[in-house]
Design a protein around this ligand. Structure first.
Ligand code: SAM
Ligand code: SF4
Length: 318
């Protein structure tokens, strides 16, 4: 599917739940989110139906996200079904990694291609602080298990946060010396109820290049990737910078998002959503709706106009 700006839309990100076992300061409001009732959330057979339709229209890359996707019961079976669909070339997952030790092997066997794991600090105490009680050890064990079963290449997502992890930039970059990780620094985005916290703690990714001037820019393998890639001269892995705030990457955006409650979003930073849950439940064909939203996918986001989105990040999936 080609949108009005000539972009090939081939990537669907599916949030399977807005629930999470962590409470990251920049993602989840302090009081938590209102728990959706069972009926408000897409059932797996409905997700499968939607994905089949998207794949028939040209989507070949899928990412499963959340909330925390591994807290949704039956997630392995969903991956197994989706990975068998003809036309899917890649099915990846974004996870906080805390449950990966338990599930990595089953995920791999179910057909998952690889994982992105979110990790904002390498310090136990700071990890507990930013996630409101998470255990770093679980994530480290999860990463090791993912490596063991070859859910690779593994991307580590690090949100850069002022007065929190800027002193760890070098430690994260050094992880790429001996391991084939892509360590990707993400600029903090002001989203949902916690947007003011994020605005206060925002740091531009330029700080990474200032702190590590020896990073060498390399060509990205995937032009639709939002990350600009760099390497240490003796590095095995890469360092990615994802700069939604300081430098837009909208001109290469190839994605559409499906939320856990059945809304389609064509831009992370837009409040515009199309509800398809009812249509799917009524057995209606959504082909024309998909063509229409692709046609109207915005050219770019307008965060600088302070048009912040209301939906929490945990309910979108990143
Ligand atoms: N729970 C999973 C995880 O943490 O990887 C998947 C969902 S989480 C919403 C997806 C990604 O969004 C994570 O890498 C997280 O760090 C990132 N994220 C959440 N809120 C963000 C924000 N305000 N700015 C930038 N990244 C954010
Ligand atoms: Fe949960 Fe991921 Fe949000 Fe953290 S970033 S609260 S792990 S959904």
């Amino acid at each position: 599917m080609i949108d009005s700006y000539g972009r090939n839309i081939n990537y669907l990100r599916i949030s399977v739940t807005d629930l999470c076992n962590l409470r990251c300061e920049y993602c989840m409001p302090k009081k938590g989110i209102k728990k959706a009732c069972h009926d408000e959330i897409l059932r797996f057979e409905e997700i499968e139906k939607i994905v089949k339709k998207f794949v028939s229209l040209g989507i070949n890359k899928i990412r499963i996200t959340g909330g925390e996707p591994l807290v949704r019961a039956g997630i392995i079976t969903l991956i197994e079904k989706l990975s068998k669909l003809k036309g899917i070339e890649e099915i990846a997952m974004t996870t906080n990694g805390t449950l990966l030790k338990k599930y990595a092997k089953d995920l791999k066997e179910a057909g998952l291609t690889r994982v992105n794991i979110s990790l904002d600090t390498l310090d136990d105490k700071k990890y507990r602080e930013i996630t409101k009680g998470g255990e770093l050890k679980e994530v480290i064990e999860g990463i090791k298990e993912a490596q063991k079963v070859k859910l690779t290449p593994i991307k580590l997502n690090v949100v850069l946060i002022k007065d929190f992890n800027e002193d760890e930039i070098m430690d994260f970059v050094n992880l790429t010396k001996n391991e084939e990780f892509d360590v990707r620094f993400i600029e903090l985005m002001p989203i949902g109820q916690v947007r003011h916290w994020s605005l206060d703690r925002y740091l531009s990714n330029e700080n990474i290049l200032k702190k590590v001037p020896e990073l060498i820019e390399i060509e990205s393998k995937d032009i639709s990737s939002p990350a600009k890639y760099y390497r240490l001269s003796d590095g095995k892995g890469n360092v990615g910078l994802i700069n939604p705030i300081s430098c837009k990457f909208c001109s290469n955006c190839n994605r559409i998002r499906l939320t856990a409650d059945g809304k389609l979003k064509t831009c992370l930073h837009s409040n515009h959503e199309i509800d398809i849950k009812g249509l799917i439940r009524d057995g209606q064909d959504i082909t024309e709706i998909i063509y229409d939203i692709v046609k109207h996918k915005p050219k770019e986001h307008c965060l600088e106009a302070e048009e912040y989105i209301e939906r929490e990040m945990t309910a979108i999936g990143g």
